[in-house]
Design a protein around this ligand. Structure first.
Ligand SMILES: Cc1cc2nc3c(=O)[nH]c(=O)nc-3n(C[C@H](O)[C@H](O)[C@H](O)COP(=O)(O)O)c2cc1C
Length: 164
């Protein structure tokens, strides 16, 4: 089909692109903040740059603008509950209640993430109703294990059927 697709058609088509699931975190004025994000990818090896796309209306973007630093936490397949929680809206700090985490270079890192990367924001570029954030990676770590996968609007494990 040609012409501008409906939003639902666009979502259905791009939803075939299977991704991991991350929680992008930062330090807000009222405590740690974060949102579930799959619009995340590697940009450059030299220097080490990653891209994170953030909704203009997101609380996390406001914190990232102020703080200038962020972390990308790649969720494990057991962490689907965190994906659901961080996709919701709550006051700064509230999403982290009972969520095990520690601080690396001033930003929160989720315990149990298969991988995490912290970085300093180098650019925030316009991207429609999102901002394209480019961050230079300054530290990495993680627990390893199997990642959570997002495909066609649902969470999956690698090589498994649909998760609950
Ligand atoms: C699987 C999934 C992927 C998402 N990916 C993104 C993303 O890449 N960027 C984004 O800004 N929002 C994304 N969202 C939506 C945010 O998680 C959601 O708007 C959240 O409520 C924002 O929280 P905040 O306002 O506290 O930052 C995604 C949601 C889900 C469920």
């Amino acid at each position: 089909m040609t012409g501008t697709p409906q939003i639902s058609e666009y979502r259905r088509a791009i939803g075939h692109f299977a991704t991991g699931v991350t929680v992008v975190t930062s330090a807000g004025a009222g405590g740690p903040v974060g949102l579930t994000a799959n619009a995340v990818c590697s940009l450059s090896l030299q220097p080490r740059l990653m891209i994170v796309c953030l909704d203009l209306g997101s609380n996390t973007l406001a914190a990232v603008r102020d703080c200038g630093r962020l972390a990308v936490n790649v969720l494990a397949h057991e962490q689907q509950e965190l994906a659901v929680r961080f996709a919701g809206k709550q006051a700064d700090g509230a999403k982290f209640t009972d969520v095990a985490h520690h601080t690396v270079e001033n930003v929160p890192v989720l315990d149990g993430a298969v991988a995490w990367l912290t970085g300093t924001v180098r650019e925030l570029l316009p991207g429609g109703d999102h901002v394209i954030g480019i961050a230079e990676v300054s530290a990495v770590g993680g627990a390893g294990g199997d990642p959570l996968v997002y495909y066609r609007g649902a969470y999956h494990g690698l090589g498994e059927g649909l998760l609950d």
